[in-house]
Design a protein around this ligand. Structure first.
Ligand code: GLA
Length: 380
């Protein structure tokens, strides 16, 4: 265009979504199965290459000056706060042997933080795509998931599994992603339903210590059962042989939730959404009673949703705060991304949950749309 200098080819805009998980909670770090889907909500990053070996990051959600991180000599412990996530990705890409240039990254996100919808994975995966794009390198998505997880585990110090980054990077629109967390093989499972996310707004301060404790319990149970990981248990009855009642419950949850993932895939293929709903509710009960990671607001949200006629509902994510996923029913014609339609079932559930929360003086819940959406990508 006359009078306008062309946009430098190296600069661009990338997007990575948050996720909800249909089935398979606390199964990923046990080498099991998960079935997440990408949300339409996510993190957008506007990125520009720079020549001074500095990573400069700024976020609309964190007002303040940009955080400037020298790339040379970058190591875990060098950066804290939210900037540890993008800096960790630059570190992990370099540690995997990729040459990453200096960059200015400006983030914006509509994934609520602390809601168990993987706002940090969205931040990491958007960063990874932007840095790889600026460097003009093509990193396979499974490897990118491993790199971004390493950033979260080793640089940001959060001991999570591989689900969230895989979901953000590998999901497809209109599908849930069956991920085998041992082989990292994936299958796209067509999935279109009426869904609702309830952000219970409960803080999850305890979450990190409890998450680490659950991981250790699962490892101990696997040791006692003489299997490499709980994934190797195919008959859940064997968990009854564990002498410690706590380990028995933890292992039973992991085994039954793995089975529920595979059953859910079969039911989705047959279009049996009411039965998928029943499995969702069973998974919630297992997370509440056996794995003991639910919280009062989640239990109330599930109960109220079921009372209002939902097919099923369960807490999602690590637990102790965050969101509940509600399966309202089969996909209704005209209800989809951007359709702006909410159905009678959704109105009934929202009203019942609001009422139940008010009766217990809980915080006012936030309702979010949940449409199985595309994974991370370049926008411009
Ligand atoms: C968090 C972690 C995931 C997974 C879930 C529980 O979201 O980041 O890796 O372990 O908890 O399923």
């Amino acid at each position: 265009m006359p009078g306008r200098s062309p946009r430098p080819v190296d600069n661009g805009v990338w997007f990575a979504p948050g996720r909800a998980n249909l089935m398979g909670e606390h199964t990923d770090y046990n080498d099991g199965f998960v079935l997440p889907f990408a949300l339409a909500q996510g993190t957008t990053v506007t990125a520009a290459r720079r020549d001074d070996r500095v990573l400069s990051v700024i976020s609309r959600q964190r007002p303040g000056l940009p955080v400037e991180v020298p790339l040379d000599g970058l190591a875990p412990g060098a950066v804290d706060g939210w900037a540890a996530y993008p800096a960790g990705v630059a570190w992990a890409l370099a540690a995997a042997g990729y040459e990453i240039p200096g960059a200015t990254l400006a983030f914006d996100s509509d994934v609520p933080p602390g809601a168990g919808l993987s706002s940090s994975a969205a931040l990491e995966c958007a960063t990874a795509l932007a840095l790889a794009g600026l460097a003009r390198i093509d990193v396979p998505r499974p490897e990118l998931a491993t790199i971004t997880r390493r950033a979260e585990n080793e640089f940001a110090g959060v001991p999570s599994g591989i689900m969230d980054q895989s979901a953000s990077l590998r999901c497809q629109a209109g599908h849930a992603l069956l991920l085998d967390c041992q082989s990292l093989e994936t299958t796209q499972v067509p999935f279109s339903a009426q869904l609702l996310i309830i952000n219970t707004r409960a803080s999850h301060q305890l979450a990190e210590g409890e998450y680490g404790a659950r991981r250790r319990e699962c490892e101990e149970a696997a040791r006692e059962l003489s299997v490499p990981t709980l994934r190797s248990i195919t008959s859940c009855g064997i968990t009854a042989t564990l002498s410690d009642p706590v380990l028995r419950r933890r292992a039973r949850h992991v085994c039954t939730d793995n089975a529920r993932v595979l059953r859910t895939v079969d039911l989705l293929r047959d279009g049996k959404y009411a039965e998928v709903g029943e499995l969702l509710t069973q998974s919630h009960e297992s997370l509440r009673d056996d794995f003991e990671v639910s919280w009062p607001e989640a239990d109330v949200a599930v109960e109220a949703s079921l009372g209002a006629g939902a097919y099923g509902a369960r807490m999602i994510g690590g637990g102790f705060g965050g969101s509940v996923l509600v399966l309202l029913g089969e996909a209704a014609p005209g209800v989809g991304p951007g359709a702006g339609v909410s159905t009678g079932a959704e109105h009934r559930v929202r009203a019942a949950v609001k009422h139940a929360f008010a009766a217990r003086s809980f915080a006012i819940p936030e309702f979010l749309a949940a449409h199985p959406s595309a994974g991370a990508r370049r926008l411009r």
